[in-house]
Design a protein around this ligand. Structure first.
Ligand code: CP
Length: 313
């Protein structure tokens, strides 16, 4: 089995991954706790684009499942000498591995890998396409905070949707779980085709806060590294219209929580005080990411004992 995107998951598969992640989650509170669900299996983490959270949490997840974990990047490998990605993956396959986690700057590369290896392929983020494990950890964090049924939640993303794989995957996942999603952005930061996005669009963040305040605000970093032209007048202008400033935060209801995938641009997406508020769930998200990645690795390798899926361990 592969995990290439949230778009490929039916509701049973999405629910199964979240239940398995919830079952693994308590392990993270036990010092030196490990399970042997992937003993004798090898996981390759092939990260060809920068990452802190996803790369390290996949490594930790593999180790907590007792897998042998190989971390591989372009630096120091023969990719730097011009070897193709296909030849690299086939070379690693010749040595033998059971699952490969790929992060790449180009959309569709995880799908390509499925033609080059019989191992399970997991998308760790591909260009502007999908980031399925981020969406899963976001769902787990909301279930942990608001209860297992999040179908009544209103979730407002604020920021750059033209370049964000995080927003695309999370919108699909939240919507599949019954939540209502709103995208808040200037027209220049919206994708050209919004038909695959199960969300409404508004441009005025202040009107949303005052007239229809959401349960969750999820800020999406302006992805400057993926922009070929200026899409808003200035950073200061962006903050004035779309930053979660102290003043806007004070106008949100006390129930409202913040999600933030990271890396966070403080002072742009939100103020320092908002970032450090206990209502910002970004640290919970990072921790839940380890449990989610354990669930994903064990699931794609068909190695989750039945009692763990049901959460009865
Ligand atoms: N959220 C996320 O994907 O972070 P990294 O780029 O640090 O992995």
């Amino acid at each position: 089995m592969n995990l290439l995107g949230i778009a490929d998951l039916d509701s049973a598969a999405l629910d199964g991954l979240l239940r398995t992640a919830a079952a693994y989650r308590p392990l993270l509170e036990e010092p030196s706790a490990k399970v042997d669900h992937l003993r004798g299996r090898t996981v390759v983490n092939l990260f060809l684009e920068s990452s802190t959270r996803t790369r390290v949490s996949f490594e930790l997840a593999g180790k907590l499942l007792s897998a042998d974990v190989i971390n591989f990047g372009s630096g120091g490998s023969s990719l730097a000498k011009g070897e193709s990605l296909r030849d690299t993956v086939e070379t690693l396959s010749d040595m033998g591995f059971d699952a490969i986690v790929i992060r790449h700057a180009s959309a569709g590369v995880p799908h390509q890998l499925t033609g080059w290896t019989d191992a399970a392929v997991v998308n760790g983020g591909d260009g502007m396409h999908e980031h399925p494990t981020q969406a899963l950890l976001d769902c787990l964090t909301l279930q942990q905070t608001f209860g297992p049924d999040i179908s009544g939640l209103s979730i407002a993303f604020v920021g750059d949707f033209a370049h964000s794989r995080v927003a695309r995957s999370a919108t699909l996942a939240f919507s599949a779980l019954g939540a209502t999603v709103t995208l808040v952005a200037p027209p220049t930061l919206l994708p050209h085709d919004l038909s695959p996005w199960p969300a409404r669009v508004v441009h005025d963040l202040d009107a949303l806060i005052d007239e229809d305040p959401p349960d969750v605000v999820y800020t999406i970093r302006p992805q400057a590294e993926r922009m070929s032209e200026a899409l808003y007048p200035s950073v200061a202008e962006y903050v004035i219209r779309y930053g979660i400033t102290d003043e806007r935060f004070a106008r949100l209801p006390a129930r409202t929580r913040l999600l933030e995938a990271g890396p966070l641009v403080r002072g742009v997406q939100m103020s320092n005080a908002v970032a450090d508020s206990p209502r910002n769930l970004m640290h919970n998200q990072v921790r839940n990411g380890v449990a989610v990645r354990m669930a994903v690795l064990a699931t794609v390798l068909d190695a989750v004992p039945a009692e763990w899926v049901e959460g009865e361990q």
